[in-house]
Ligand binder design. Structure first.
Ligand code: ATP
Ligand code: LTN
Length: 340
């Protein structure tokens, strides 16, 4: 970590095992960018309770998420790794930001619209204000870059709006205004069962997603069963979302361009594309799966790492929260009296 490097921050909800969508849209890019930035990566357990979670599963998945970050290539000696609920400043700043966000803008969030539509008449209020907690995660650390999949772009834009709004009232140096980093390929991996909707770890159909815990056999079965399109020719077009999705997965793993991939499949069948995509996935994910399982055998190592991570994160978060409370006019209590 170096003070001169800009801050990069991202997180995943431990609401289930991670999918290859989370990996290609987020994690893989964290690994690519980690050396150029001062990085913080965490598991957002406070976010997961916007929908009901099984406590035992949540605990296991939270450890697993952190272990997966390391297994995927995040260097715990360089990045700060922690669990959101271990740093209470996240919930505290979130309250402030909730008071500076508008019902109308929260109501326009597509993730809220999608998730609340599945909840019937009892929609948890947390689901509605969820983006202000995410804004808090980001603004607490003076974050410049937020690498996420394209579904999260809207939340990062809302974070920018809230930051700019508060900077205009309380001084331009209150918050650093962050930017999203959306990868050129892999930003939106689609469900294997419905290639018109996003692959999601909370999809109840396990065949819709490749999980990072899946074995080579399971990956092959799922990808072979993936819904493709009518026709036989392998082209990269919106009218063939199933084929397009498999090509996207390949592009995100190999770094090859879509035209390059399409031309390599000239005269070949969908079956070829499926088997080769499955093989690429299996190759990429096997070492991550093995390393994750290894790390999960030693929870005391992870606990120590997470405790250090939370301490490091807290001392940074407190500086921001103290500044915000001071600018708002709160009487200093917990934090020493100082003039910001
Ligand atoms: P849930 O189903 O619980 O909402 P999710 O699978 O959508 O979960 P999140 O925890 O919301 O995952 O997202 C973690 C990160 O992974 C975010 O950066 C998000 O943009 C990215 N991501 C999630 N799904 C995909 C996907 N299908 N393709 C690319 N990136 C994705
Ligand atoms: N809302 C995000 C997860 C998330 C996040 C963040 C991502 C919570 N806080 C801060 C980047 C930066 C999601 O993926 N659903």
């Amino acid at each position: 970590m170096s003070a001169q490097k800009a801050v990069l921050l991202s997180a995943v909800q431990p609401s289930n095992r991670l999918t290859v969508g989370n990996y290609l849209g987020a994690l893989k890019n964290w690994v690519r960018l980690q050396n150029e930035y001062d990085c913080l990566f965490f598991a957002v357990d406070l976010h997961t309770i916007t929908l009901r979670q099984d406590p035992k599963a949540l605990r296991e998945q939270t450890y697993r998420a952190i272990a997966t970050y390391i297994a995927a290539g995040i260097d715990p000696a360089k990045a700060t790794l922690f669990i959101q609920s271990h740093v209470p400043e996240h919930a505290e700043l979130a309250w402030v930001l909730t008071c500076f966000s508008y019902m109308g803008e929260l109501n326009r969030m597509t993730q809220y619209k999608d998730k609340s539509a599945k909840e019937g008449s009892n929609i948890p209020a947390g689901l509605f204000i969820y983006p202000t907690l995410m804004a808090s995660d980001i603004l607490l650390y003076g974050t410049k870059l937020v690498p996420v999949g394209s579904d999260q772009k809207q939340h990062v834009e809302l974070t920018r709006d809230i930051a700019i709004r508060m900077n205009n009232i309380y001084g331009g140096d209150l918050f650093v205004v962050p930017e999203p980093f959306i990868p050129p390929s892999g930003a939106r991996i689609m469900s294997l069962q419905d290639p018109t909707s996003k692959m999601s770890k909370s999809d109840p159909d396990p065949n819709s997603a490749v999980y990072l815990t899946d074995t080579e056999d399971q990956i092959l079965k799922k990808v072979k069963r993936a819904v493709t399109d009518s026709g036989t020719e392998i082209t990269y077009e919106d009218t063939k979302p199933g084929v397009k999705n498999l090509l996207d997965i390949q592009a995100a793993i190999t770094g090859k361009s879509h035209p390059e991939l399409v031309s390599s499949y000239a005269g070949k069948m969908y079956g070829h594309l499926k088997v080769e995509t499955a093989q690429l996935l299996a190759q990429e994910l096997a070492p991550i799966r093995t390393k994750t399982d290894e790390l999960l055998k030693d929870l005391s190592y992870l606990d120590k790492l997470l405790q250090d991570g939370a301490e490091a994160a807290r001392s940074r978060a407190q500086v921001t929260l103290a500044r915000v409370y001071d600018r708002l006019g709160f009487v200093p209590g917990r934090y020493p009296r100082r003039s910001f």
